[in-house]
Design a protein around this ligand. Structure first.
Ligand code: ATP
Ligand code: MG
Length: 379
């Protein structure tokens, strides 16, 4: 076990890393953050910030020498960096699992060969693959870049053959996946932690609503049949085992109109749809990340109260600084801000979580807060 007082490394400096760093430092660990951006959200809480790119060999070497264990908050780190680190210290999750989750082509290939249901899809590595891929998938469909997409970026709708060629070109002509567009009944996700001993602890299932391809709200417990929630939980645990995964893993699912669960994508780290755990569960996804990283027993994921998490995007700053009093005055509401200085539209700046005795009451609170927050400031 790696105990308090030890130094841990984190690749990536965004809000997920900030929340991990806050928990780790509160528990008495030192945290070195490697991230290329000065004053990033996680660096603000770090013991020390190594401001360098993820392929800076000297910085990686230093991280490996100084840390007992290293984790990630961002999956797009070069797999080579994780392999180099593994020569010095524990790296959780490991390079092989991260490599699967980094690229949609590999991720979908893994899911399919392991027998997990997904939307119909086909890789498009070059324009020569387009016709065969579209014949297999049909329309309507979505073209998605294989690597580096997030918050719905790097995606384009496809309705016919000409549209597929145009979408492939518009996305840069690099490796893509084309995927059947699902008529969604809803979306759910499972965040879980898996220890090096194979113990797996799933959090309650969250139900997610997206707006413009970006997560907007998560409601917990998910308002879906219990059997569906159980099936999602079982599938997520089986995926973690199949990847021999150590750390926190998120599995996003589509639920189609026939009530079928399809795996959308995997995230090898804590996830936006697991932020509710900070306020609503006995242990948060970030504490589980710390525990799995350090080989400590995993905590209890029990939901203490129903919760609704709402993302706060940069759009909210259009009329100036939002009126935070609105969140702070609402009983059962918890505000989290990520320390980002530049509130661009679509940028995740923070979130709030409303707790209550039922999901319906939590939703009422969340709606009340949202209305007050988005009211233009008094003249
Ligand atoms: P993030 O990493 O932020 O979760 P992303 O950019 O990786 O997002 P996806 O999860 O692939 O993107 O898609 C974002 C959202 O777009 C989905 O949660 C869903 O609402 C919608 N979407 C994506 N693919 C499909 C599909 N095949 N059918 C229907 N809706 C889809
Ligand atoms: Mg997604």
């Amino acid at each position: 076990m790696i105990l308090p007082g030890a130094t841990l490394g984190l690749l990536g400096g965004g809000q997920l890393g900030r929340m991990f760093t806050a928990v780790a430092r509160t528990r008495g660990y030192e945290v070195l953050v490697l991230d290329p951006v000065p004053a990033s959200p996680a660096a603000q809480f770090a013991s020390e910030h190594l401001c360098a790119s993820y392929d800076d060999e000297a910085a990686i070497e230093q991280l490996g020498r100084r840390c007992a264990a290293v984790t990630i908050e961002f999956e797009n780190v070069p797999a080579g960096a994780l392999e180099r680190l593994a020569a010095h210290c524990e790296v959780r999750p490991g390079a092989a699992a991260v490599a699967v989750c980094q690229a949609r082509i590999e991720e979908k290939g893994f899911l399919q060969s392991s027998g997990f249901a997904t939307a119909r899809h086909a890789p498009v590595r070059t324009a020569d693959d387009l016709d065969r891929a579209l014949d297999h998938v049909g329309t309507p469909a979505l073209m998605k870049i294989s690597r580096l997409g997030y918050d719905g970026k790097g995606q384009a709708p496809v309705n016919d053959r000409a549209g597929a060629a145009a979408a492939f070109a518009a996305l840069g002509g690099g490796p893509c996946i084309i995927e059947q567009r699902i008529d969604l009944a809803t979306e759910v996700s499972v965040v879980l932690a898996r220890g090096a001993d194979g113990a797996v602890v799933p959090f309650p299932v969250g139900e997610n609503t997206h707006r413009n391809g970006i997560l907007d709200t998560t409601v917990v417990p998910a308002q879906v049949p219990a059997a569906l929630a159980e099936q999602a939980t079982r599938m997520a645990c089986d995926i973690a085992a199949a990847l021999d995964y150590v750390g926190v893993l998120a599995v996003e699912f589509f639920v189609d109109r026939d009530g079928r669960l399809l795996v959308n994508e995997l995230a090898p780290r804590p996830h936006n749809s697991g932020h509710y755990t900070l306020d609503a569960c006995l242990v948060s996804q970030f504490e589980q990340q710390l525990r799995a990283l350090c080989g400590l027993p995993l905590g209890e994921p029990e939901l203490v109260r129903s919760a609704v998490m709402v993302n706060i995007l940069g759009d909210l700053w259009q009329g100036g600084e939002p009126s935070w009093e609105a969140v702070l005055a609402e009983p059962g509401a918890r505000l989290h801000l990520y320390g980002k200085r530049d509130p661009r539209p679509g940028r995740k700046m923070g979130h709030y979580t409303c707790l209550a005795d039922s999901a319906g009451q939590a939703r009422d609170r969340a709606r009340r807060v949202w209305q007050a927050l988005s009211r233009p400031p008094a003249a």
